[in-house]
Design a binder for this molecule. Structure first.
Ligand SMILES: *Cc1c(COP(=O)(O)O)cnc(C)c1O
Length: 389
């Protein structure tokens, strides 16, 4: 059976070049990057080179602004808890949005339980953060604004430049979870003037379990992992050298291929969407029609349950998701679609197709062939469809 993986916002297949770059560091170059002998120095050199590649992809001013972590989740935790702890004497208020990834949402909830106050700013029907509401939420006790760069479920790209400007005027630190934006859309951390920015390797064809936090020069955070003096004293623990090397390679390739690949994916995605709407009724596009990640298509199939569509597509070899890997398995409606004001009856039948570098036009044609009969069969069994028709 044909296999079509369309869940690249959950994770990607590691590139062959990435694996090749990592292998020597799983075998012969095993030194501790903190050791001063030649074994350690070889590992240190590799980590430094990877740091340069990541700094270059993120548009950092210097390699010292890049702190390696165990992934996007840890980068988000380090940014938010690190600022909260460092600025506790200055204020206790944090602003975020209602459509963040759980790595940010649950970190904010944790801080709420520990004496901080958090404002969750709303979004419009396309998932764009309400800037007026954000501006009004800032008080003299606000220490951090943390807003996702591009949403993982619907792909909407937030106006981070404008948010950075608001944060700058109010002298508040600004963090963005850019895990989905990195490698997919062009930007420069120093250009948008963000203070902290999270990324993850496995969303850009690198290995799982490694990520990075960009911390602008001069921004002070409290380390959350304590131990040795690794990562400029901001994140203790012996470096995951092979993983870091893999992320460096993935960053180098992403930077080189971004413009062409973004265009290719966008065309494929729009071809898929056209194929879906010309063969299926009662379909809604979730997310901003234009300001959206080039690889992401989230569509609602009215009268249906997302889970049953996923299982039926799975039986045909197609891997998609309802939006967030973290909430799948629970029948709770997506917090992102809910915040966008999508009718609860429609959030349930929403499916995210997230494309990646392996996908071809033939893959899209396969989905366009397989999906309509599945939707028809499920709707014929759905009592909601009978009533709504
Ligand atoms: C995947 C993802 C994360 C988590 O990254 P991990 O490396 O899996 O911990 C955080 N934020 C967003 C937007 C993501 O898509």
């Amino acid at each position: 059976m044909r296999k079509v993986y369309l869940d690249n916002n959950a994770t990607t297949r590691m590139r062959e070049e990435v694996l090749e770059a990592m292998l020597p560091f799983c075998k012969d170059i095993y030194g501790n990057a903190s050791s001063i002998h030649q074994f350690g120095r070889a590992a240190r050199r590799a980590v430094d080179e990877a740091r340069e590649k990541v700094a270059s992809l993120l548009g950092a001013s210097s390699t010292e602004e890049i702190i390696f972590t165990s992934g996007g989740t840890e980068a988000d935790n380090l940014a938010i808890k690190g600022i909260a702890a460092a600025l506790k004497s200055k204020g206790d208020h944090i602003i975020t949005s209602a459509i963040e990834h759980h790595a940010v949402l649950n970190t904010c909830k944790f801080l709420e339980k520990n004496g901080y106050r958090v404002t969750y700013v709303g979004v419009d029907k396309d998932g764009i953060v309400n800037l007026d509401e954000l501006k009004k939420a800032v008080t003299d006790k606000t220490i951090l604004i943390t807003i996702i760069y591009a949403n993982n479920e619907v792909g909407t790209i937030e106006p981070v430049g404008d948010i950075a400007k608001i944060a700058g005027e109010k002298k508040v630190h600004f963090h963005t979870d850019a895990v989905q934006a990195v490698g997919k859309i062009p930007f420069e951390a120093k250009g948008i003037n963000v203070d902290l920015l999270s990324m993850s390797a496995h969303k850009i064809y690198g290995p799982k379990g490694v990520g990075a936090l960009y911390i602008k020069k001069g921004v002070k955070i409290m380390p959350q992992m304590l131990g040795g003096h690794h990562e400029m004293g901001k994140r203790a623990g012996t470096e995951n050298v092979a993983g870091i090397v893999g992320m460096g390679k993935a960053a180098e390739l992403a930077r080189k291929e971004l413009p062409m690949e973004a265009k290719r994916l966008e065309e494929l995605r729009d071809y898929l969407y056209k194929g879906i709407i010309s063969n299926i009724d009662h379909v809604r596009l979730n997310g901003h029609p234009e300001k959206r990640l080039p690889n992401t298509l989230n569509v609602g199939f009215k009268y249906l349950e997302g889970e049953s569509i996923i299982l039926n597509l799975d039986m045909e070899g197609i891997g998609v998701s309802t939006g967030s890997a973290c909430t799948s398995g629970s029948l709770e409606p997506s917090h992102v679609l809910t915040a966008m004001g999508v009718d609860p009856a429609e959030t349930q039948g929403s499916i995210r197709f997230s494309l990646g570098r392996d996908n071809t036009k033939e893959d899209m044609d396969y989905v366009i062939k397989v999906l309509p009969p599945i939707i028809k069969r499920l709707r014929d069994m759905s009592p909601l469809y009978e009533k709504g028709k």
